[in-house]
Write a protein that binds this ligand. Structure first.
Ligand SMILES: *[C@@H]1O[C@H](CO)[C@@H](O)[C@H](O)[C@H]1NC(C)=O
Ligand SMILES: *[C@@H]1O[C@H](CO)[C@@H](O)[C@H](O)[C@H]1NC(C)=O
Length: 424
């Protein structure tokens, strides 16, 4: 009797998981088996895409994915979340990352390294019409070349564009007028003919942001970003240089705030960086999340950072490479796609994590963990052994998108796959 009951329960659980996430027909299983946090499950929904990067849903539930060096593919999704039909919507080999739709869904935007392009989009049929030309141009073409784009939910006339540095330590970017390592905002309702010049026009949503690839708006429509910080780090004290790169500097979660007004705050790059592992920086007593300089001088040292640079709201493991972030519908978790490291041994990242958020008595949304915590996120979709990861052994998460049913989709560029993650 007992055995029978246990068997029945096990079967029921197996069936309920099965019922939630049946495998998608004609889609091979994932190249690399992954684990999920308790209560989560996943299914692979696409295979063989060409370096899938950012992705969005339109209101009809069609999935649009930027395939780097190819263009934009469009996918019909069934009630199980599986893809049943795929077509190449826009062929444009310059597109390499960013995509978004205007609030009325009549304009589709996507980015190359140098420009943000626009097309007429029919939200009923899902067809694209004529090219409406670039709305932004004049961005750099070397170094970090992805341009994440986003529209604030409360001011849908604005387009937010993130532009990384052109090298590891891009010295010139301490001047915001250089317009790299910056997030900028442009008013799409008064776009000049031929588009805005990224460098000389628009306003700032923060600068000194090395490569703020992921952008997300919270429940108060405040902008958050995740930053990829520097590689090959060393600390030089009194002429003696120490390698501190394995666990420093932190990858960052930054609060960028209200994009309807300029944010001319400096977030530290290319001078002030954030401590992840104080144990690598033994010349000074640091807390996680404090900022430091590589080479303190009498005129500019760690204390100068504390005075003039905005530190992150939360730190992540050095080199984990956060490439996207999205809030759930209740703004109780910010999901972050960690592309994974190349600049440390053993490797880290290669996973999707959740940063628990809460709304305080002041109405503001903040991570529940303190800024000095190293446990501000929870692994949601992760490899069995992160330390064995590479592009040929693990998923490399890039873009995140929730569908209307609250299912989370994640692209993996290196493996050409797309996964659906489901809680419950
Ligand atoms: C965008 O420009 C329009 C037209 O000038 C203006 O009415 C609107 O307030 C601007 N939006 C913002 C957020 O500044
Ligand atoms: C660096 O040199 C200064 C001046 O000689 C000295 O006061 C300081 O303690 C030295 N710092 C370290 C970490 O050795």
């Amino acid at each position: 009797m007992k055995t029978l009951r246990t068997t029945t329960i096990v079967l029921a659980i197996a069936l309920s998981i099965q019922a939630l996430l049946p495998p998608c027909r004609n889609i091979p299983t994932s190249l690399y088996p992954y684990k999920t946090a308790p209560g989560w499950s996943y299914v692979k929904v696409a295979d063989g895409l060409h370096s899938p990067r950012d992705l969005i849903f339109d209101t009809q539930g069609r999935l649009l994915i930027v395939e780097k060096d190819v263009g934009i593919s469009q996918h019909i999704v069934d009630t199980n979340g599986c893809i049943t039909n795929t077509r190449l919507l826009i062929e444009n080999s310059d597109l390499n990352h960013g995509i978004c739709l205007s609030a009325d869904e009549e304009t589709l935007y996507a980015s190359s390294s140098s420009s943000v392009f626009s097309w007429a989009y029919d939200p009923v049929t899902g067809n694209v019409g004529r090219s409406l030309g670039p709305v932004i141009s004049g961005m750099a073409t070397s170094g970090h070349t992805t341009r994440t784009i986003a529209i604030p939910p409360h001011r849908t006339d604005l387009l937010v564009v993130s532009h990384g540095s052109n090298s590891n330590i891009d010295q010139d970017t301490s001047n915001p007028k250089v317009a790299r390592a910056i997030v900028k905002v442009f008013n799409m309702s008064i776009t000049p003919i031929g588009g805005y010049d990224f460098v000389s026009q628009g306003w700032n949503a923060g600068f000194g942001l090395r490569n703020e690839v992921g952008l997300a708006f919270d429940g108060n429509n405040m902008l958050w970003g995740v930053e990829n910080s520097a590689d090959n780090f060393a600390r030089t004290i009194n002429g003696t240089t120490t390698d501190v790169h394995t666990d420093n500097p932190s990858e960052e979660l930054n609060f960028l705030g209200d994009v309807t007004v300029p944010n001319d705050n400096w977030y530290g790059y290319p001078v002030c960086f954030t401590v992840w592992n104080p144990g690598e920086l033994l010349d000074h007593v640091f807390k996680v999340g404090q900022q430091f300089v590589q080479t303190p001088t009498p005129g500019f040292n760690d204390d100068t950072c504390a005075q003039i640079s905005v530190p992150p709201a939360l730190s992540f493991q050095a080199h984990s490479a956060p490439l996207d972030c999205k809030f759930d519908a209740k703004f109780s978790n910010l999901f972050v796609a960690m592309h994974g490291s190349w600049n440390r041994q053993p490797p880290m990242g290669y996973k999707v994590v959740a940063v628990p958020f809460a709304q305080g008595p002041d109405g503001l949304y903040t991570p529940t963990a303190a800024s000095w915590s190293i446990r501000g996120s929870i692994d949601v979709f992760y490899p069995p052994d992160e330390t064995q990861c590479s592009s040929s052994t693990c998923i490399r998460p890039v873009g995140l998108a929730f569908d209307a049913a609250g299912r989370l989709y994640v692209t993996s560029d290196a493996s050409g796959e797309v996964f659906l993650l489901l809680q419950g």
